[in-house]
Design a protein around this ligand. Structure first.
Ligand code: SF4
Ligand code: SF4
Length: 446
């Protein structure tokens, strides 16, 4: 009979519903390379989730890497840091990818990468550090969920203290094309594991799980070796299926716990942290480095030399494209994030932000999906694949008829907008877009 750990090495955890996508993980074999110092960076004073920060520097000020340049005076949010050393050139309002005007601090880079004096390791060993101190270190470092949602990590930890028994590091990376987490696991797995141990200490948890999809066998082998001799940690191999990286699906796959509608992972005893976020927590604790850069997968059929690039926050998409050899044909669509849940972009000079896990550049011929639309043919595909067990076909019809209350009765607010229904619809119905309209209308009514 196999012991639990041995048994789990041979099990592939999964969830109900979902779909297997063409992975397109062509950049998985490309080591992460650092972006050459950009001439300027443009750092937004707001991330998608959280309050806007107020600038604490003025035009003409010299700033150093890691220096706080914006603070959140009240509400949910983290400080904003300089990602390069140089001079503040301007503080200007620009529209972000959603068309929302956001103030940006533009810094002219001196190329020297001089660290600010505040960048120093935490003075106490982990065992002597309190949960509150860890939460504050994470807040001061400006760490947000780097999987794409960018929810402030300190708030996630704070709300989970005393409520959870398991910490899961999410290395599923289930969206096609993106390989940033995969490269991180291969190149700096020790930082991911170390971040996990810091979070476990903060939450007084004895079970730490690193969850990886089975399309990353090299990373799985490396992690399994790395956790040998650490009885509180284990590696769980997930079946490759979209949207396995959604925290509801990952918790169900591993722990068989379902999060009730309107509740959070902590309500079922779990906290899920993205792999790169875990690495950022390690860097903040042991080196005092705030979140000033991230790994971005730059790919798509328009990119000459696809790469995994470590870029300072605020570098422009154009800087990354140039570093990747430029465009070989005009892009029809630029996407920040994965092709399923990422956001179409309209400005190649937009800055890399905490949620920019990938930049995808697709030409006309590549972007042919969903060009044919007809009425619903009642095939039931969307229902069969929905990981949230919703009835996307009915939700769409209620949204089309503007019967939003009826959609609410069918749990439209539980939709995680993963796009699996739309992807599997043979009639090309833009299901998730209709659902978004219904959710937006219901939020407005509150
Ligand atoms: S987008 Fe919503 S309705 Fe469609 S499959 Fe995902 S969770 Fe289900
Ligand atoms: S997959 Fe498309 S055609 Fe089939 S039931 Fe759903 S909405 Fe209708």
């Amino acid at each position: 009979m196999l012991f639990r750990k041995e048994y789990e090495k041979n099990v592939k955890f999964t969830f109900r519903g979902g779909t297997h996508l063409n992975e397109h993980k062509d950049t998985a074999g490309l080591a992460t390379v650092r972006l050459p110092e950009p001439k300027t960076v443009s750092i937004p004073l707001s991330q998608p989730i959280g309050a806007h920060a107020t600038p604490v520097v003025a035009v003409g000020d010299r700033v150093l890497v890691g220096q706080v340049i914006g603070v959140v005076e009240s509400g949910l949010g983290c400080p904003v840091h300089a990602s390069v050393s140089g001079t503040v050139k301007e503080i200007v309002t620009k529209n972000n990818a959603q068309g929302v005007p956001i103030r940006n601090i533009v810094i002219e880079n001196d190329g020297e990468r001089t660290l600010h004096e505040s960048v120093k390791a935490w003075e106490k060993p982990l065992e002597e550090t309190t949960p509150e101190e860890i939460v504050e270190i994470v807040r001061q470092a400006g760490i947000s969920g780097l999987g794409g949602a960018t929810f402030p990590t300190y708030a996630k930890l704070q709300s989970a203290i005393g409520k959870v028994d398991t910490v899961i590091i999410n290395c599923a990376e289930c969206e096609p094309y993106i390989t940033a987490n995969h490269r991180l696991l291969l190149e700096r797995s020790y930082t991911v594991i170390s971040g996990l141990e810091i979070v476990m200490h903060a939450l007084s948890v004895n079970e730490g799980i690193i969850a990886v999809e089975d399309n990353k066998p090299d990373a799985i082998a490396l992690l399994q070796k790395a956790v040998e001799g650490k009885p509180r940690l284990r590696v769980c191999v997930l079946k490759t299926k979209y949207p396995q990286g959604d925290e509801r699906q990952i918790i169900y796959a591993i722990k068989r716990r379902e999060i009730p509608a309107g509740k959070l992972p902590a309500d079922v005893g779990c906290v899920v942290i993205n792999a790169e976020t875990s690495s950022a927590i390690c860097r903040a604790f042991y080196r005092g480095v705030p979140l000033v850069s991230r790994i971005v997968t730059v790919t798509g059929d328009c990119i000459k030399e696809p790469k995994n690039v470590r870029a300072p926050l605020g570098a422009s998409y154009a800087d990354l494209v140039e570093f990747c050899g430029g465009l070989v044909k005009p892009p029809k669509k630029i996407v920040s994030g994965g092709p399923m849940m990422g956001q179409a972009q309209w400005d190649i000079n937009a800055p890399v932000v905490k949620g920019t896990s990938a930049l995808l550049f697709f030409s006309e011929e590549y972007d042919k999906i969903n060009t044919y639309h007809s009425a619903c043919i009642h095939c039931g595909n969307c229902v069969a694949h929905c990981p949230m067990h919703l009835m996307p076909n009915y939700l769409t019809q209620y949204a089309q008829a503007r019967q939003y209350d009826e959609a609410a009765k069918m749990n439209v607010m539980s939709c995680v907008e993963c796009g699996t229904c739309t992807y599997n619809c043979p009639a090309g119905v833009q299901i998730v877009q209709y659902i978004r309209v219904a959710k937006g209308a219901l939020r407005m009514k509150k």
